[in-house]
Design a protein around this ligand. Structure first.
Ligand code: XMP
Length: 512
């Protein structure tokens, strides 16, 4: 993102760091998250026009609290400290921070004092989201108190001359209604930024970068999954290098109904991308015969996927680059220990490092909502842009016990009915993921005058922000009713339907 204006969010471990970054991007300013212990040289090398210090659950007077290089204050670029970030700034520059007598959590009312650039245009009294146990009792010299809360705590401070600012509350959350206005004041009026981070600029810049990287002769491959990330990455690379990109779509026989056809329609017919479709269903199902353990299933599918992909890439020959749809949160997450564990579990369908190909990851600075924006701008179909996440091992982790061709077929039919009805009811976009599960339970029923002994279908539908936690979706009864009727009427092997009403944790989103 070479020539764009840039803000660096210095991360002290606050729970809202990514949200801060997303809010800044929404204001059309590119920003990057860097850990609090980033060196002064590395920070300067990134070339930020401004810094934002995030929150943290730590206390500044704790000796092990995260601290940054004090040289950041000498760079002459504006800094906005949020919550802990403000307290650290106060302490670093000679102010005083103490354990608060009145801790503030949740929505609190804040009163603006006098005029200030940061709070320009904001109502004199407004609601703000607080979450702090410490408070600033004395601001450093040169600073003015520009807002206080109901119990007279310091809610905002400013040294307009040095362009250093602090907010005790969180402007990035929706519970602080003027939050976006405050961030806008900081970025546009205080830092003088123009807002050059737009989807069009991103696409243009990204295509130029890919061309430069791949040069005139290089060839690339991209594994398509049917999801949005690999689709956008592929279309961008195709725009940059045309037919020197080949996409590979491995049908492992565990996809949803119509998925392969959709990929062919989009990539081969609409975008005219060189696409290899590998019908490997039989190979995968043969390897899954008799396998019951979920992790074993994942391993078998993951390993064989790599083998099939490599085999196809070898057939093409002369490939130097591998395109991947890695997103920014994957990169930030994988820096933490917890994040990397989650990733290994979700990496099925990923490709090995030892393919000796250089990576092209055009989306590695984007958040999901930005990828959607790019996808729409590139003309990708709605079904891909808004598709619910789908696990790499596909339906294998939604069929409990052994996977057989017959069970795959039942589940594909059930899933199609469920998604059709949810879409018809206009609910698809408000649900994070909805899908059918085949729990491998046979139960007694009666159809017509005959006793049946047939399968149960479970519907799992959840809302979530990031799949780390999830709530079950309050599905309207009439939608459940239609789904239920259709499942038992249209699929002969099904005689019962149940709805999964469990949150994550303790359950997971997938059943395996
Ligand atoms: P869980 O079931 O762990 O799922 O709550 C969280 C999110 O990850 C997806 N998921 C996977 N994705 N390979 C993937 O690519 C996997 O093995 C896998 N397992 C779960 C799941 O669909 C949900 O979005």
């Amino acid at each position: 993102m070479g020539t764009l204006e840039k803000v660096v969010v210095v991360d002290f471990g606050g729970q809202y760091t990514q949200l801060i970054a997303r809010r800044i991007r929404e204001l059309n300013v590119f920003c990057e998250i860097m850990p609090y212990n980033v060196s002064l040289e590395k920070l300067v090398e990134a070339g930020p026009s401004a810094l934002i210090f995030s929150g943290s659950s730590a206390s500044v007077y704790d000796p092990s609290a995260p601290r940054c290089d004090k040289g950041f204050y000498e760079l002459g670029i504006p800094i906005l400290g949020i919550c802990y970030g403000m307290q650290l700034m106060a302490e670093n520059l000679g102010g005083e921070v103490m354990r608060a007598r009145n801790r503030e959590y949740g929505q609190t009312f804040v009163t603006v004092l006098g005029k200030s650039m940061l709070l320009e245009g904001v109502e004199e009294r407004f609601a703000a989201w607080m979450s702090h146990g410490d408070q600033i009792v004395t601001v450093p010299s040169g600073f003015k108190i520009i807002a206080t809360s109901e119990n007279s705590s310091i809610s905002a401070m400013a040294d307009e001359k040095r362009k250093l600012f602090g907010l005790q509350f969180h402007p990035e959350v929706v519970h602080t209604p003027p939050g976006q206005q405050i961030l806008r004041n900081f970025l546009y009026h205080i830092c003088g930024l123009s807002g050059d981070w737009t989807i069009e600029n991103f696409i243009e810049g990204s295509i130029a970068e890919i061309r430069e990287k791949v040069g005139k002769g290089g060839r690339a491959v991209c594994g398509l999954s049917g999801g949005i990330d690999s689709a956008v990455a592929a279309v961008l690379v195709h725009r940059a290098i045309g037919q020197r990109l080949t996409c590979i779509f491995v049908d492992h026989g565990l996809l949803r109904k119509g998925e392969k056809e959709q990929v062919v329609r989009t990539f081969r017919n609409k975008f005219q991308i060189d696409l290899v479709v590998v019908d490997a269903g039989e190979e995968f199902l043969a390897r899954l015969r008799g396998v019951i353990d979920p992790e074993e299933k994942r391993k078998i599918i993951g390993n064989h996927f790599i083998r099939v992909f490599e085999r196809e890439a070898d057939k093409i020959g002369g490939i130097e680059y591998l395109v991947q749809g890695t997103l920014y949160p994957d990169i930030i997450e994988s820096r933490t220990a917890a994040g990397s564990v989650i990733k290994s579990h979700h990496n099925v369908g990923g490709l090995p490092d030892d393919m000796k190909l250089s990576l092209i990851e055009p989306l590695k600075y984007l958040f999901k909502d930005e990828v959607r924006g790019v996808a729409q701008e590139l003309g990708l179909p709605e079904e891909i842009v808004w598709r619910h996440p789908f696990p790499g091992p596909g339906l294998a982790v939604r069929i409990l016990g052994e996977v057989t061709p017959e069970k795959v077929k039942i589940l594909q039919e059930a899933d199609e009915i469920i998604i059709e009805e949810i879409k018809k009811a206009g609910l698809y976009r408000e649900i994070w993921q909805a899908f059918a599960v085949l729990p491998n339970i046979l139960s007694v029923g009666v159809k017509g005058d005959c006793r049946t002994y047939a399968h149960t279908i479970v519907l799992r539908a959840v809302t979530s922000q990031d799949a780390m936690t999830a709530d079950w979706y309050r599905m309207p009864y009439n939608v459940l009713e239609r789904i239920s009727n259709r499942l038992v009427n249209e699929i002969p092997q099904v005689n019962r339907f149940v709805y999964d009403m469990t949150t994550k944790p303790p359950a997971t989103i997938e059943w395996e």
